[in-house]
Each structure stands twice: as structure tokens, then as C-alpha cells.
Write a protein that binds this ligand. Sequence first.
Ligand SMILES: [Zn+2]
Length: 396
Amino acid sequence: MSVRNQSEMKDSNIRQIIRTVLQQGPVSRSELCRLTGLTPPAVSGLTKILLEDGILTELGPVNGKREGAGRPPSLLKVAGKSHAAIGVEIGVSRLRMGTVNLLGKLLDTEVVEISSKTTVDDVIHRSVAFYRRQEAKLAAQGTRIVGIGVAVTGLVDTDSGISRFAPNLGWRNVNVKDLLVQQLGSPVIVDNNVRLMALGEEWFGRARNSGSIILVQVGYGVGCGIVLPKLGLLQGSFNGAGEFGHCTILPGGPMCSCGKRGCLEALISERAIVGTYLQRSLSAPNSALPVPPENLTVNIIVRLAADGDEVAQSVLREAAAFLGIGLANLVNIIQPTQIVFSGNAFALSPTTRGWIEESTYAHCFDQPKFKFSNATFRNYQGVVGSATAILEKELL
Ligand SMILES: [Zn+2]
């Protein structure tokens, strides 16, 4: 075996041990042998390296957990302190940044309001400044930052780190990765925001170890991230997987931002639901908007529906029916174990969720076996996801 192959195999075995301890821990060395298929000498040698690096920590003998006749085994778990990563999500109106440790815990966060006037250079400058501040702070605590992950809306070429088209940001062919590497010299990953949200949920969220998940984001846009057993995060052959919002649900329906008609996004996005509500409520007798039309949001419409506003109820029921059709199509093709929602109150509130679930079940081919849940990290789902991507690339 060549030296290169030996070191690749060692790297892959080390990653397998970290992953296994993270997902199944705390575990003993003999459990690690069974779970990874590695020999006892290999597990002993590799765990020694990981303990020295501070990636693993030893809990000591745990009473009540005997293996055979001997004394209780010492259990290993992942230590959160050795490494961390920076996650950045570039949203339409906010730049969210955060530091995430090896256990998926969000340590520090910062939010900056942005607008259509914010330039690419501004975003890079803010991200680099946050990285440097966190690097200095964590170095004092013995924690090393392994790199930075960046979540961008729209089409992202993950291999090159180029944001190909982010209509909501007005970006076309922005080489986010190059700009950050030039300034930081650290590993950088750039990917679609919703795909990264799904990755974070699968590694560190409530849906961890659930097998296959579809995370659906409903807000300004609509998208999904799919994580499959053994294959991991689905990127697609040309980095375009997950454009759930542009599936045709109503042929000949309303015009979508992509230039086609009847896409799911044109029916259930923030703008679509608010637009439909305004149109119907203004023509309804005795209608009285609680806020000026330009300040109306989906969250307000969901509240109105809960308070008995019939127009709000009918608009949201209709949107829920459309989303359910889309979800059932995804379920029929992918057969996930979990559907995770992220975004505004349309996807997250119990009232609308009931309607969405009803419509999904009504259109599924098989008896539904999946579970519905809400994304674990709420407004920081993209931040945790993008940091997870870089932790996964460097260590897991
Ligand atoms: Zn579309």
C-alpha cells in the first residue's frame, strides 16, 4: 500500500470514529469496534490520537455498563471545545453570522441588517471581521476555527463556490469562495441556504439520525434540502437540487419570478399569500386591514386566521392544499422518514400545519410513515447548516 493510500485510509478511519462517537456516543472502545468494523488495535490507536487532539474526551469507567465479566468500560464522547466553525447566512434583509462547535452548539451570533444597496464587498468585509473576532476570542480558550461556511439563496455552484444567480440579492456569478479565501486563507464552503439548513438538521437537529429528511423552507422563496441515507446531502448533477419552489403545481397559474407559470413559489411564497389576501379582503364586505397593506405579512395573516378571519382562512387553506400536493409528490419519489419545516408562520403555526399535513396525506400514494417537525435552530438554521458543512468537510 502506498503512503498516500495509508494516510487516506487513516483519515477515513479517524472520521468514521468521530462520526460514530458523535452520533452514537458516549460509547466504549469495544462498542466502537463493533459499530465501525475496525480492529481493537486500530480503535485504540486512533482514539488515542483523537484524545490527544482534544476532539474526544474520556468519561471514565461508568458503573452499570459492564461488558462481560471485567470492570466497567471507559466511555468516549466528542468534546465540544477543540474545534468550531463559522457559519454565515446571507438573507434578503439580514446577514446572520454564528460560531458553532463540534457538538452543533451555537456559541456566538451576530445579525446585521442589509438591503439591496449592500454590496458583495460589504458582506465579505462583515464576514471576515466576524471570523477574525471569533478566531481571537476562541484561541484564548484553546478552540480552533476550522473554516467558514456560507449559505446563499438561489443557484450556487458548490464546487467553485460561485453564487450563480441569487435574484433576491441581485447577485450573478459572484465568486464568494475566492473572495473569502483571499482574505482568510481558511477552508471555505459556499452552498444553497436551504440545502445547508437540511444538512445542519441532519447532523445536529432534532431530526438527527432519522435516516432521510426533507427540509422545506417557506418564506420569501420556497426551497428544500434533501439528505439521504449513505448519500448525504443531495446536490444534484449540476448543483441545482432542491428547487422545490419551481415545481409546477397549477398549470397556467400565476407568474413566478423564474418566468414560468404555476410554480409552487408563485402560489405560497410570502409575496404570493399576502398578494392573494389583499386582493380578496379588499373586495370583501366589511373588510378592515389591521395594518397598512404595505406592512402586511404572512405572520399577520396567520394570526388573523386564528382569530376567525374567513378570508385569511380560505387563502391559507388554499396555499396549504398546494403545498401538500408538492410535498406528497416529494414523498412519493423520495420516501423520507422526516419532513422538517422552516420559515414563516404559514409553515410553522399549528393551524396552518394541520391543513398542510391533511393535504399531504390526501395525496400520498403509500400509507404515510414519515413524521413532520419544525426546524431545530429557527432563525439560525442556515448559520448552523453552513458551519456544519465546513465541520463535515474538515473533520467528520
Ligand atoms: Zn418558478
